[in-house]
Design a protein around this ligand. Structure first.
Ligand code: ADP
Length: 191
């Protein structure tokens, strides 16, 4: 069983590529952003809390996010591998994920990190704003905040996996098909 962390800044293409990887490998896809948005739509207490952070481009607090991710994963006891998208976003989340998987006799097989230039990210997010209906895509100041939070709090998560020899940088520029082929080949190469 392979468990993958799909990593990269906002707008790197994690959601797009996750859908293709799910089709190809049969992973269960867990996107913390998608789960928060579903809670906002369902007007749950968690959704109200998450929205107050997301609309500002800030991270939802670790304790809430970790608990939600673990509950979601526990909802798929028969999963033949997970793809984690948008999680872990802090070193504390990465450590919690290691402990959680260890408790199930599992581990992360590899982190695939999509590498995309910042100007391209801003262009993609501005374009996505035209169709996504996402408040956090619509405001350039919030986009910049998300990129800044990524650089300050999330980028260090790569070092966590580098230290475990599990980091794989993937060029995230070019066509969706080409990027998918790079990811697929990298996953095929994981134990
Ligand atoms: P993107 O990667 O395009 O910014 P996501 O859908 O992954 O979009 O996340 C949207 C927002 O949801 C983030 O800006 C953050 O507020 C919140 N969020 C998602 N995942 C996490 C997480 N693991 N920890 C904290 N906050 C998160």
């Amino acid at each position: 069983m392979r468990n993958i962390v799909l990593f990269g800044p906002p707008g790197a293409g994690k959601g797009t590529q996750s859908a293709l990887l799910v089709d190809h490998f049969g992973f269960v896809h867990l996107s913390t952003g998608d789960i928060f948005r579903a809670n906002i739509k369902g007007q749950t207490e968690l959704g109200t809390l998450a929205k107050s952070y997301m609309d500002q481009g800030q991270l939802v607090p670790d304790d809430v996010t970790i608990r939600m991710l673990e509950d979601s994963a526990n909802g798929h006891p028969d999963a033949n591998g997970f793809i984690f998208d948008g999680f872990p976003r802090t070193t504390a989340q990465a450590e919690a994920l290691d402990r959680f998987l260890e408790g199930k006799g599992q581990s992360i097989s590899g982190m695939l990190a999509l590498e995309v230039e910042e100007d391209e990210l801003r262009d993609r997010l501005a374009k996505r704003a035209e169709t996504s209906g996402r408040a956090d895509d619509a405001d350039p100041a919030v986009i910049q905040k998300r990129i800044d939070v990524y650089n300050a709090e999330t980028a260090p998560v790569a070092e966590h996996y580098q230290g475990q020899g599990k980091y794989h940088g993937i060029a995230g520029m070019g066509s969706i098909e080409d990027i998918f082929a790079r990811l697929r080949d990298a996953i095929d190469g994981l134990a």
